[in-house]
Design a protein around this ligand. Structure first.
Ligand code: ZN
Length: 493
């Protein structure tokens, strides 16, 4: 459908009070779907011919000859084609057409590059779906017109309020778009958007759709002004705006939106590492009530149908996401432990605890004193763990995760007890050369021992590197066994 045809059609529709057609592509597709062929005929659909089957039957040896041949026969051919001899010329052609694209009487989304020689085409052949002798180049960031049906508000994980455009679904760069972020109140006012406006949208960076501008000449007078909300759409608390900032926030520390922070942490790289569940997607899923707690992540598969309706979610990305979620059930304990977001339990502490206790149940049953005996686990961490595991709500979450089938065992390198190290305390001093200090500490722990920073009567042995200091002297005074680094290496091997 020509751009001009669309304009004429819309003028007629406007007079009749019918809804306007948004763009040529949708209008053409809609025309073809008309059950009444008379209506389809009125739509003045047009075409170009691009392909002649079996050109050799007409003694034609190249694609360009075939195009000339069809033109002579009277078919409507696209004059914007060119026989080129190098990739450089292909690129020049693309750049040239990219510039005149807006002036063409019809919409294009790219250029097709074909091998000219028919024999070479035959040699190259086809995949199951496409010829290997032709390829499409798509122009970036196509702008498409659509209707702004509504503006809805979502709450981010920090309480930030974002207005979102609800659009009449439209295809942009190959995918259906029905929502776009409007960032904040100022953005909406600057663009002077009204509900019911025709707007041009594009996909920035091919991912996030954005509203480019409003077509004011298309206004009918029935558009509604944008009104910024005053209360949080989740908890109804009055919104605040910090001085000099553009965004409104929900100040309620207990606003359900804040739960998102925990969800984002749970799926993050060092925690459950669920690929495909980015911050924005969590925010979307939260606002659509697909995910409200970490337990819900594992029942996302029940929403498969709804997911396909969301932006940026094709069949394939949904399958990948659901697979990633399923796979995360097999993660080693330390990932789950870190993911729970227990205060003061970082990923290193989670690893240390998992290594020592091997199962979540063991850890949950551990006594305060036992916990504080582990290196780097002080009273603060031990107390935090006890408090977390004693909370009924947390117990319920853990039970549900177990029911779902999440692994709660440690699957990493095991503590391999050696008599010489089990339950004993070691002190490292001087500069080590074979191991880093960290490695030496890990080895000692791996065999059931622990390290201390000061020498006392309770010290089992002091491991001495180059240039040892006062700890070495004290060990000698107390008659504590002294190991060189080489000796330590022999004992752990
Ligand atoms: Zn709120």
């Amino acid at each position: 459908m020509n751009k001009k045809t669309l304009e004429e059609l819309n003028e007629k529709r406007k007079k009749k009070g019918e809804p306007l057609l948004q763009n040529c592509r949708n209008a053409a597709a809609g025309s073809i779907r008309q059950l009444d062929s008379k209506i389809a005929a009125e739509r003045k659909l047009d075409n170009f011919i691009y392909h002649l089957p079996d050109p050799e039957d007409y003694n034609l040896n190249t694609h360009s000859e075939a195009l000339d041949f069809m033109k002579k026969l009277g078919f409507k051919m696209n004059p914007n084609n060119r026989l080129v001899k190098s990739i450089k010329e292909v690129i020049e052609f693309i750049n040239e057409k990219g510039k005149i694209r807006k002036d063409l009487p019809y919409d294009i989304d790219g250029v097709v590059i074909k091998v000219n020689n028919i024999k070479e085409q035959q040699k190259l052949g086809y995949t199951a779906k496409y010829p290997k002798w032709a390829t499409a180049y798509k122009f970036p960031a196509e702008e498409v017109l659509t209707k702004l049906k509504d503006i809805i508000f979502t709450v981010g994980r920090t309480g930030q309020i974002t207005p979102n455009a609800v659009l009449d679904p439209v295809i942009v760069a190959g995918s259906t778009i029905s929502r776009a972020t409007l960032h904040n109140e100022d953005y909406v006012k600057e663009k002077d958007l009204k509900i019911g406006d025709i707007v041009s949208i594009r996909k920035a960076g091919d991912v996030i759709p954005e509203v480019v501008e409003v077509k004011k000449e298309r206004r009918t007078g029935s558009e509604k002004d944008f009104v910024m909300i005053e209360n949080c759409p989740m908890c109804d608390t009055r919104l605040v705006k910090k001085e000099g900032q553009v965004d409104y926030f929900c100040p309620n520390k207990n606003c359900p939106a804040r739960h998102m922070e925990g969800l984002i942490h749970f799926v993050s790289r060092n925690a459950m590492n669920i690929d495909g569940l980015g911050d924005r997607i969590i925010e979307d899923f939260y606002n659509f009530h697909f995910i409200e707690s970490i337990v819900d992540i594992y029942s996302l598969k029940e929403h498969k149908k709804d997911l396909t309706r969301l932006e940026g979610f094709g069949e394939k990305s949904i399958t990948n996401l659901l697979d990633a979620i399923e796979n995360s059930k097999n993660n080693s304990l330390e990932r789950l432990l870190f993911g729970l977001g227990i205060p003061h339990v970082g990923s290193k502490t989670a690893k240390l605890l998992s290594m020592h206790y091997e199962t979540l149940d063991n850890l949950m049953n551990a006594e305060m004193e036992e916990l504080t005996n582990i290196r780097d686990v002080g009273e603060i961490i031990a107390k935090s763990l006890k408090e977390y595991f004693e909370d009924e709500r947390n117990k319920e979450i853990i039970n549900k995760l177990k029911e779902i089938g999440l692994n709660t065992n440690y699957l990493g390198e095991k503590i391999e007890v050696k008599e010489e190290f089990l339950g004993k305390t070691f002190v490292l001093t001087g500069s080590l050369e074979i191991f880093t200090r960290e490695e030496a500490q890990e080895k000692i722990e791996q065999f059931g021992g622990k390290t201390s920073s000061s020498v006392s009567k309770k010290t089992s042995a002091v491991i001495v590197g180059k240039n040892p200091g006062s700890k070495y002297t004290k060990a000698q005074e107390l008659g504590i066994p002294i190991w060189t680094e080489e000796e330590f290496e022999k004992r752990i091997s």
